[in-house]
Ligand binder design. Sequence first.
Ligand SMILES: Cc1ncc(COP(=O)(O)O)c(C=O)c1O
Ligand SMILES: [Zn+2]
Length: 435
Amino acid sequence: MSNATQHLEGPVGRRTRSCATELVCRDCGYRTPLLDQAFKCPACGEGLDIDYDYDRAKEVIAEHGLADRPWSVWRFEELLPITAADAQDRVAQFAGMTPLIKADRLGAELGLKNLYLKDDSTNRPSLSYKDRVVGMAIARLLELGKDEVGCVSTGNVGTAVAALAAKAGARAYVFYPGNMEKGKAKACRALGAQVCQLDGNYDQANRACRELSLASGIEFANITLRPFYAEGAKTVAFEVVEELGWKSPDHFVIPAAGGTLSSRVHKGLNELEMVGLAETSGTKINIAQASGCNPIATAILEGGELEPQSPDTAVHSLAIGAPGDGPLVIDAVRSRGGSAGTVTDVEVFEAIDLLGATEGILTEPAGGTTIASLGQLAAQGKIAPEETVVAIISGNGLKTIQDHPDKAWPEMVACNLESMSEQLEDFRRTAATVG
Ligand SMILES: Cc1ncc(COP(=O)(O)O)c(C=O)c1O
Ligand SMILES: [Zn+2]
């Protein structure tokens, strides 16, 4: 049987236009049918990835015009891994297609004339980029006919799993490491998920969850469903290039934790070229990490292999010291000629305020890491003033505002014209000095 038809051995019922063919080991080339529930290569232990019949995808994409396509992560379903239409129809119908915003006021501060922000802090349903990846995982869960799902999370995977599982009618179990962000944990519970806080950091929690998923048979969105989960991140690349009129930017700046988003933007850009939608080889990928957890950035900047770290940063959502997709990110950055930013927690919170005050977007520390790194890369001349750059704002600050450092609290002012006029004069003086 040819690659082109192998995926038709999938679930019965109405089919999507997915041109996914098989699971393939990214290291040794081992291949197995799409319906195999393996997530690691049995031959060498590496992660499995989804392969596609790109010639077929090119034809199918050409047959279906843009006007007929949904305004969601499923827009280019030919390049996504779900084959059962009834599963796809029930998940993430409103995820993705977030705005690409020309950021002239922030650009002026950073010396960049063609700066855009991909605002995934408005992603639905849970206000982070994770709605894209978890959307694929939950669709896969339904494709397998299952209704229970776990996840291990630095923060946002949990809220995405809770929300998307609730809508799909699946039970959700969210495992957070110790010192979890309370706002996100509370949100998960309000969304109907069970939450467990583990006495360990993310990397320890990840290993334990892997054992639990194998022992219990419960699928974990970002462990056993990972090959499918990761595919959702490519949709950022598809959308940005379409939003720029099928012209790929000179640079992406992407926050990295496990490395899924940055490595799959790379894959998505390659695929756009393979199916003839855009020329993308000139696009560089730069990643952003906090200096208290920067294993991928260190390898990129110092030129070595990835060395695991013990995270120590207020940027909880990026605190992964042993990133599973780290080697893929390093390859992506090296092959495209990008770089990395690594910034302190103080710089992260200053950048959150700068983004807020210039563009009216309230992001969480992951977004602050991206903007601070963008400023660093521009100041170092790694991004030139005229180049087109897209920075991904991957999470929403409303979820974490309680964790942002306190500022002096406004004093109580008498409720009369004289006192309020004095206060207003004060505000004006302060606004004039900060510009
Ligand atoms: C808001 C936000 N941005 C970016 C990332 C980075 O994700 P990745 O693991 O794909 O590198 C995360 C991961 O948890 C996140 O929560
Ligand atoms: Zn292998």
